[in-house]
Design a protein around this ligand. Structure first.
Ligand SMILES: Nc1ncnc2c1ncn2[C@@H]1O[C@H](COP(=O)(O)OP(=O)(O)O)[C@@H](O)[C@H]1O
Ligand SMILES: [Mg+2]
Length: 236
């Protein structure tokens, strides 16, 4: 079994956080000592003197881990911008050493680690260093989260081919309905086409459900939906 996954998406807002938390809850329910990480977060809230990422809080809660917040999310910015841009506006640079140290600590402490990426694979972290490079350095296979809606074939194929060009292993694809979508024919046909053209397994299809809202989630529903919808033969 792998030591974890790097969860990337075809875009921001596709459901990386939800999927990372849902998988963490699923592993935890199966008795796996699972850890979570959101190495770099932007758009964080200022709470007293600290910046807090809602993604990291959701991950910590769904995995039910005791790890310090700074290990789960070592780098945070207030502005909702790409990491390089947020760093430049804060007159700083992203300290990748901190990311690696936190990762190594969590990797030693847990049997399995789920790392949520930042936006998509070509989001810049440093001048010529992108999310794809971080995924490569962490040596975790990817899980690609995509939308079921029109446009997703192009986005998913671009992500998969870019990852493959960069030597990353891909475990499979999770289709997540982050917005309510009635169009069954689009969903069904898009997914079949993505499977045909990528030759990757579909690890699951997560339906839209208001109880999955990451800011206000219902833990039992999260676990129930991920238990029902994720292909556990492939993933566990
Ligand atoms: N299956 C779903 N059902 C309902 N709401 C969802 C679902 N997936 C995602 N969302 C909502 O959509 C938004 C984006 O999801 P999120 O996981 O934060 O995406 P990302 O991490 O890729 O930016 C969040 O507000 C989340 O609560
Ligand atoms: Mg997120």
């Amino acid at each position: 079994m792998e030591k974890g996954y790097f969860i990337t998406g075809t875009d921001t807002g596709v459901g990386k956080t939800l999927v990372t938390g849902g998988l963490a809850a699923l592993y935890k329910s199966r008795g796996v000592n699972v850890g979570v990480m959101k190495p770099i977060a932007t758009g964080c809230k200022r709470v007293e003197n600290h910046l807090v990422s809602e993604d990291a809080i959701f991950l910590k809660r769904s995995a039910e881990v005791e790890d310090d917040y700074e290990l789960i999310n070592p780098i945070s910015f207030e502005q909702p911008l790409a990491p390089t841009v947020a760093a430049r506006l804060s007159n700083t640079r992203i300290d990748l050493e901190r990311v690696h140290t936190a990762f190594d600590t969590l990797y030693d402490r847990h049997d399995f680690l789920l790392v949520e990426g930042i936006g998509g694979l070509l989001v810049p972290i440093d001048q010529y260093y992108f999310v794809v490079d971080l995924a490569n350095e962490l040596e975790l296979p990817l899980i690609v989260v995509c939308r079921p809606t029109l446009g997703t074939i192009n986005h998913t194929l671009l992500t998969v081919s870019y990852a493959r060009e960069h030597g990353l292993k891909i475990k499979g694809i999770i289709v997540n309905e982050s917005v309510e979508n009635e169009d069954d024919i689009v969903k069904k046909t898009n997914i079949d086409e993505i499977k045909r053209l990528t030759d990757l397994p579909l690890l699951g299809m997560i339906p839209f459900d208001t109880r999955l809202d990451v800011e206000n989630f219902h833990k039992e529903t999260l676990l129930k939906i991920f238990s029902d919808k994720i292909d556990k033969d492939i993933i566990i």
